[in-house]
Write a protein that binds this ligand. Structure first.
Ligand code: CP
Ligand code: NVA
Length: 337
């Protein structure tokens, strides 16, 4: 059976073409409809899927688990403290063992090199559930959400406001450039993405006609934005402390004042989650005690506004991860896109 995705890993966005990414997004929309109509779509009947997590997760773990079950596969969670990986066994050896028992492997961890090595040595499709560098499955959900809301991707402008050096910022920059969506990374100069990444984005943009802007100027960066996107100020595993990031990023907090600067009335808000928008978390409480802040990257007002689609976006993690697993591991007919 012909399927151009069959056996492929999903390690970073740049490994896929615009058409391939769009296919996965549209396939996810189709699977979402099947799920809503309770129509069976068990493309991975009898397959075994390993879920490796070196970092914590709610959405990615829940999405892979439920998507695998809906597809008829068996997901097995292998947490950092449950297996030998890292402490007593190399990535290469672990990959060879898991590849001999599982049909597909999800990996969330620190190093991009590790996820690449898993793919190289396991011989089965490997899906990147987030590394320090990239968060590719998040992108499928984000652009599905945008497409659902606006009915298209062409002609839209996305402004990412926050830490310009983290995985989500990298992935949004490159994915937008591949898909032809205009993107601004709005962040203080200290947090500008590496030059090599901006160069890569420029290269993709040449082909897709996307416009790319990396700026510290908030007014310029968010003007005309259809989507305002933010993420936490300190990512998992980072050494940087909250104090340093609060000092740099407080002016970039997504609040109603910043939303108004888009000068558009129909701008939506997105966040990959989890978010610090109130005091209902341990970290949130600690930050308030130390620095007097009650909200960080987004205010509770914006987070709870009608413009905020972060929970639709979170649900879409499941439909898009399902599409990616089914396409790369299923006996589907996808001759070309
Ligand atoms: N957005 C996201 O990846 O969420 P989790 O860390 O909860 O998986
Ligand atoms: N940048 C965040 C994303 C979490 C989904 C982190 O890596 O912690």
């Amino acid at each position: 059976m012909e399927n151009i995705f069959y056996g492929k890993s999903f390690l970073k966005e740049i490994d896929f073409t615009r058409e391939e990414l769009l296919y996965l997004i549209d396939f996810a929309a189709h699977l979402k409809e099947l799920k809503q109509k309770n129509i069976s779509h068990r493309y991975l009947e009898g397959k075994n899927i390993a879920l490796l997590f070196e970092k914590t997760s709610t959405r990615t773990r829940a999405a892979f688990t439920t998507a695998a079950i809906d597809l008829g596969a068996h997901p097995e969670y292998l947490g950092k403290n449950d297996i030998q990986l890292g402490k007593k066994e190399s990535v290469e050896d672990t990959a060879k063992v898991l590849g001999s028992m599982f049909d597909g492997i999800e990996y969330r961890g620190f190093s991009q090199k590790a996820v690449e090595a898993l793919a190289e040595f396991s011989g089965v499709p490997v899906w990147n559930g987030l590394t320090d560098e990239w968060h590719p499955t998040q992108m499928l959900a984000d652009f599905l959400t945008i497409k659902e809301h606006f009915g298209k991707l062409e002609g839209l402008t996305l402004a990412y406001v926050g830490d310009g050096r983290n995985n989500v910022a990298h992935s949004l920059l490159i994915t937008s450039a591949i898909l032809g969506v205009t993107i601004s990374i709005v962040t203080p100069e200290e947090l500008f993405p590496e030059k090599s990444l901006i160069d890569l984005a420029d290269k993709c943009a040449k082909q897709s006609q996307a416009k790319i802007l990396v700026t510290a100027d908030i007014d310029q960066g968010v003007a005309g934005a259809d989507i305002i996107y933010t993420d936490v100020w300190v990512s998992m595993g980072e050494e940087a402390g909250f104090k340093e990031r609060i000092d740099l990023l407080l002016p970039y907090q997504v609040n109603q004042n910043l939303m108004a600067k888009t000068k558009k009335t129909d701008t939506i808000f997105l966040h990959c989650l989890p978010a610090f928008h109130d005091l209902a978390t341990e970290v949130g409480e600690e930050i308030k005690e130390k620095y007097g802040l009650t909200e960080m990257e987004v205010t509770d007002e914006v987070f709870r506004s009608n413009q905020a689609l972060q929970f639709q976006q979170a649900e879409n993690r499941m439909h898009t991860i399902k599409a990616m697993m089914a396409a790369t591991l299923g006996e589907l007919f996808i001759p070309k896109v």
